[in-house]
Design a protein around this ligand. Structure first.
Ligand code: HEC
Ligand code: HEC
Ligand code: HEC
Ligand code: HEC
Ligand code: HEC
Ligand code: HEC
Length: 269
């Protein structure tokens, strides 16, 4: 992702330099691996982006399903699931049935016994069985393994969300399940400044987003294509889960990480 992030990095570094603060890189390099790796992740790091799917399970007499974003976004773009496979950006909105899964839709597009474990009796409880301790153990194991290289961490640390800086993670993601479909490059970085004076502007880097999302994931449902025409686009609505808050606060880094959107707010949040 670091290549696609180049444009944004320039904007961020420029903004950070203006405020006279230390660069982000210097801060990141201060982190050392502690003796027990699980100590370096907040007690809720693994749970960030976990979705409990229970639209039909309890009513049908099966245990609800735990879906972990961290376990899947290491391999696939958001676009694969939220555009190609038509999962909604809101928990319990997608009409997933066991018959559809068996038929190769939704989870079954991959959980077919070839790409990932299939819909067989011995696997029911892998999806219909929620164990928070086990989920945390797997999370810590995954990140620790990825970062054990002597050269550089594959999943660098961040202070929020999964405690992983996903923007700088060195993953080789599948952009599409169809090898013929490739990413449309679009690097435009928008400066979104609030009406009020003296509020440092927020930056929206298209490049960071179109690397993992489809244009149609945001346009026209979440944002108008014309800058500054999206109505009621303010922090109050973002923290309520609208606009940027559709993803930021649920799966992408949360809204309390102010400076990643408002680089001049370094030190807040
Ligand atoms: C890869 C994950 C996965 C596996 C494996 C899996 N399921 Fe499901 N299943 C789901 C999801 C997701 C839903 C939707 C849950 C909801 O909406 O509450 C679901 C829904 C269901 C439902 C309720 C909806 C319906 O269509 O009746 C039943 C019953 C069910 N599964 C049974 C099973 C059985 C039995 C197995 C093992 C043979 C199994 N599942 C294996 C993911 C899985
Ligand atoms: C392997 C498939 C898969 C991938 C990859 C994936 N998601 Fe999801 N996502 C899901 C499923 C399944 C749900 C739950 C949908 C439901 O219950 O209707 C979900 C739900 C969500 C939600 C709603 C969460 C909530 O608590 O309401 C958001 C936001 C979201 N995803 C964003 C993303 C983003 C951003 C990415 C990429 C970084 C991503 N997803 C990658 C499958 C995926
Ligand atoms: C785009 C492909 C893809 C889709 C769609 C997908 N998965 Fe997975 N999933 C994988 C792969 C690959 C793995 C890791 C390989 C394995 O465990 O077989 C995995 C692993 C898992 C695991 C074990 C890791 C963990 O989280 O503890 C669970 C549980 C799981 N998936 C549930 C689901 C559910 C539920 C859905 C649908 C709501 C789903 N997956 C949709 C590809 C997918
Ligand atoms: C994660 C969400 C997201 C994705 C994905 C996305 N955009 Fe945008 N786009 C925005 C936002 C936010 C704005 C600003 C809207 C506003 O100010 O009202 C915008 C504005 C635009 C504008 C107007 C920019 C200007 O300078 O006036 C164009 C053109 C555009 N997007 C094209 C695209 C294309 C092409 C893609 C896919 C390659 C894409 N967008 C993907 C969020 C997104
Ligand atoms: C459809 C989901 C989605 C929407 C909507 C969205 N983002 Fe993102 N954004 C992501 C994901 C996923 C990442 C990758 C980082 C992560 O997951 O923490 C990201 C990364 C970023 C980054 C890069 C940060 C860095 O350190 O490099 C910025 C800045 C950002 N988003 C700002 C915004 C702003 C501002 C908006 C609203 C105008 C917005 N995003 C809307 C999903 C989204
Ligand atoms: C995911 C990106 C993102 C994060 C994180 C974020 N903001 Fe914002 N912020 C925005 C956007 C986008 C706007 C709207 C710009 C506009 O009006 O066009 C905004 C606007 C604002 C405004 C102007 C008034 C208003 O309500 O719109 C203030 C004040 C503000 N943010 C403060 C904060 C603080 C404090 C934090 C951390 C607690 C924060 N923001 C975190 C994206 C973000």
């Amino acid at each position: 992702m670091s290549f696609k992030a180049g444009f944004l990095t320039v904007a961020l570094v420029a903004a950070v330099a203006l405020t006279g603060c230390m660069s982000m890189d210097a801060e990141e390099s201060e982190w050392h691996e502690p003796a027990d790796p699980s100590d370096s992740y907040s007690p809720t790091a693994h749970a960030y982006g976990n979705v409990l799917i229970n639209r039909m399970s309890s009513a049908s007499g099966v245990t609800p399903v735990l879906f972990s974003h961290w376990a899947h976004r290491v391999n696939y773009s958001c676009r694969v699931c939220h555009f190609e496979l038509k999962f909604e950006f809101k928990a319990n909105q997608t009409e997933i049935t066991e018959a559809d899964n068996m038929d190769g839709q939704f989870c079954g597009a991959c959980h077919n016994g070839t790409t990932a474990f299939g819909h067989t009796k011995d696997n029911c409880s892998k999806c219909h069985g929620y164990d928070d301790d086990e989920n945390r153990r797997e999370f810590v194991e995954m990140v620790t393994k990825a970062n054990s290289s002597m050269i550089q961490p594959i999943m660098p640390k961040s202070s929020h969300g999964n405690n992983i800086d996903w923007s700088r993670a060195l993953l080789s993601l599948k952009y599409s399940l169809d090898p013929g479909v490739t990413q449309m490059p679009y690097d435009s970085v928008l400066e979104l400044s609030a009406e009020a004076d003296r509020i440092p502007p927020a930056y929206f880097p298209h490049g960071e987003h179109v690397y993992i999302l489809d244009c149609a994931n945001c346009h026209p449902d979440i944002f108008n294509i014309k800058k500054k025409t999206t109505r009621h686009f303010s922090m109050r609505y973002i923290t309520q889960g609208l606009f940027c808050g559709v993803c930021h606060g649920k799966v992408a880094f949360p809204v309390d990480d102010c400076e990643r959107c408002h680089p001049a707010m370094k030190g807040k949040g």
